[in-house]
Design a protein around this ligand. Structure first.
Ligand code: 1CP
Length: 353
């Protein structure tokens, strides 16, 4: 028996069925950042690792934190515990996660610095992630879908150029306007690394891929097309060629009406909606074409009570009768009470079409 076969009976998986266009009893549910700092057991396991990157690269610990939310809540999917910034790390850029500060990278701002980054070591460097996926594939119950992921090249590049998260991605947007040839070389490098990384994830047991384009907002249309849509389309085409039938969820956060073009031109199988996307618009303009995922406000989840119940009901009423994957509009924030997540999951899993 291969190491993956235990979790391979896909007939019971609501998420996979939904992504393939089947109508199931209720929308599947998983939550972005379902593993993480809001869970006390995560904070405990995190202390066993030297730092956040060490947690990602230690398969036993990464398997453990991926499984933690599934022990508490009846979720339909597990998402690999890793980070979008493992790609720059694997390319040889200096990446560190500073306590309370988030990621800090040594910025890439010139052709010379770009040339120092190499594809050669990516597979070896990321081998521990594949071990995590194989471990998860064995450990997960048969109704749970295993999601692999990467950042979209644009979003990863914003960290590589700017050196950290920024509200408007200004350094990267200026670089892309000033030196589009140089920036294209960076995007191409990240795209190539991402394709081989995601192919390896699928070989190791990932059944669905999500591409996080968390910083897809604010771009003029031609830039959005060139830096977000085109590299995403290249990744989707490459995966379809090597691994036909593995669905890809795209999450162009903040793209607004640009989501229409993103859906039409990338080839993704489902689209993630951020919190700001109006539900009726999403139902009429997007869900008519492909499954949609989202978009409960993560802060309604912090608030809990009636606000959470009413917002959840609004989501289910508007989107739940079509192809819908229940999720948040962005990741769970650390101050979220775990009991609120429990209440949300109970409400969604007891709802019927
Ligand atoms: O202190 C800690 O323990 C680290 C907090 C943390 C966690 C739990 C970081 C640092 N990354 C993660 C895990 C993570 N990151 C997952 C795991 C799976 C899950 O969802 O449970 C995933 C899918 C990501 C993806 C990720 N990392 C994104 C895309 C999604 C999003 O939130 O928009 C981004 C932008 C990152 C970068 C990153 N990593 C960590 C932080 C704090 C950030 C964001 C920094 C910023 O706002 O710019």
């Amino acid at each position: 028996m291969s190491s993956q076969s235990l979790n391979k009976d896909q007939s019971q998986k609501r998420l996979l069925k939904t992504l393939r266009g089947e109508v199931v009893d209720r929308p599947p549910i998983w939550l972005m950042r379902q593993a993480g700092r809001y869970l006390p057991e995560y904070r405990k396991t995190r202390k066993q690792a030297r730092d956040f990157l060490d947690l990602c690269y230690t398969p036993d610990l990464a398997v453990e934190v991926t499984l933690q939310p599934l022990r508490r809540f009846d979720l339909d999917a597990a998402i690999l515990f890793a980070d979008i910034l493992l790609i720059p790390d694997a390319l040889g850029q200096n990446v560190a996660f500073k306590e309370g500060e988030g990621p800090v990278l040594e910025p890439v701002t010139s052709a010379e610095e770009l040339q120092a980054l190499k594809l050669d070591n990516v597979a070896t460097h990321l081998a521990p992630i594949m071990e995590t996926l194989r471990g998860l594939s064995k450990a997960l119950p048969s109704h749970v879908t295993l999601i692999g992921f990467a950042g979209s090249p644009w979003t990863v590049a914003t960290y590589m150029v700017n050196g950290r998260g920024s509200p408007d991605q200004r350094a990267t947007r200026i670089f892309a306007h000033k030196d589009s040839v140089g920036f294209q070389a960076l995007i191409d490098l990240v795209t190539d690394a991402t394709i081989s990384y995601l192919r390896a994830q699928i070989d190791a047991g990932a059944e669905v891929i999500q591409l996080f384009d968390s910083w897809a907002a604010h771009m003029p249309d031609p830039q959005f097309k060139r830096w977000s849509i085109e590299p995403t389309a290249r990744i989707v085409a490459a995966l379809n060629e090597s691994h036909p039938g593995v669905p890809v969820i795209g999450f162009p956060r903040g793209a607004g009406a640009g989501a229409l073009r993103y859906v039409a031109e990338t080839g993704i199988n489902a689209v993630g909606l951020d919190t700001g996307v109006p539900l009726e618009w999403a139902r009429d303009e997007l869900q008519s074409k492909l499954p949609v995922q989202g978009n409960l406000d993560p802060f309604a989840l912090v608030a809990g009570g009636d606000a959470l119940r009413d917002e959840t009901e609004r989501q289910l009423k508007t989107l739940g009768n079509g192809s819908h994957i229940f999720n948040l509009g962005h990741g769970i924030v650390p101050e979220t009470p775990p009991e609120h997540v429990g209440a949300l999951v109970d409400q969604v899993t007891s709802w019927r079409r």
